[in-house]
Design a protein around this ligand. Structure first.
Ligand code: CTP
Ligand code: MG
Length: 228
């Protein structure tokens, strides 16, 4: 399996509210985007890693020291766009023709581990499309104007994570259809689902959490320290 990875780091981190872009916040002394790259680079199947950053931060990225694990797999960074889907499109456009698979990962999930990447790669190799997900623990309510309107069936509800892995041709076709329909999704799988192509679920890990709010980074630091 020959895989390219896109590390989406072009968001503004508005909910976090830090003075620096979220991907440059530090976890264990390194930027989140670097931590995400290290986890992906640990897998031999992943040959090339394309960071997608805010256009205004490319210089900041290029000035970063490259003395981290996996830096030799790095491709030139690409400027992202207004929506996550635009950033994914920009990264996808740079992929070389000799690679067949793409793993799309959020820089905001810096605690990813190589064995989780392995599970989602295996599932994609069998089926053509897969993501990491975890069963939802809480009972989910649909709420309108402060009142519950429905209780969702928890046994059927999973929380999607990244990486999400696809044949490059499949993700390109899914993106073309979304663009033609003016559809904007919040993850890649959603675009592939719209083609009617099944997406397999590989076992994720609650520790592969997404840094959204400041308290998520506190939790991530605690998990990081525990790893030793
Ligand atoms: N992302 C991106 N390009 C965008 C928006 C998001 O590459 N236009 C990336 C983010 O950098 C992040 C991932 O997609 O790694 C998940 O997005 P999210 O957690 O929502 O990050 P932000 O959009 O940066 O945060 P916020 O929504 O709070 O502004
Ligand atoms: Mg966002």
């Amino acid at each position: 399996m020959r895989v390219a990875a896109l590390v989406l780091a072009a968001g503004r981190g508005e909910r976090f509210g830090a003075p620096v872009p979220k991907a440059f916040l530090s976890l264990g002394g390194r930027p989140l985007v670097v931590r995400a790259i290290e986890a992906l680079a640990a897998r031999p199947e992943i040959e090339r890693i394309v960071p997608v950053l805010p256009a205004a931060d490319l210089a900041r990225w290029n000035a970063l020291a490259r003395d981290f694990a996996g830096a030799r797999k790095l491709a030139e960074a690409v400027a992202g766009g207004a929506q996550r889907q635009d950033s994914m499109r920009a990264g996808l456009a740079t992929l070389p023709a000799d690679l067949e698979w793409v793993a799309v990962h959020d820089a905001a999930r810096p605690l990813l581990r190589a064995e989780q990447v392995g599970r989602v790669l295996d599932a994609a190799a069998r089926t053509g499309a897969a993501l990491l997900a975890v069963p939802v623990r809480d009972t989910l309510k649909r709420v309108d104007a402060g009142r519950i309107t429905a209780t969702l069936d928890r046994s059927e509800t999973w929380a999607a994570q990244t990486p999400q892995v696809f044949r490059i041709s499949l993700l390109r076709a899914a993106l073309a259809k979304a663009d033609a329909d003016g559809f904007i999704g919040t993850d890649e799988a959603q675009l592939v689902e719209r083609l009617g192509v099944p997406v397999a679920v590989a076992e994720g890990d609650v520790r592969n959490l997404k840094i959204t709010w400041p308290e998520d980074l506190e939790l991530a630091e605690a998990i990081w320290r525990q790893r030793g």
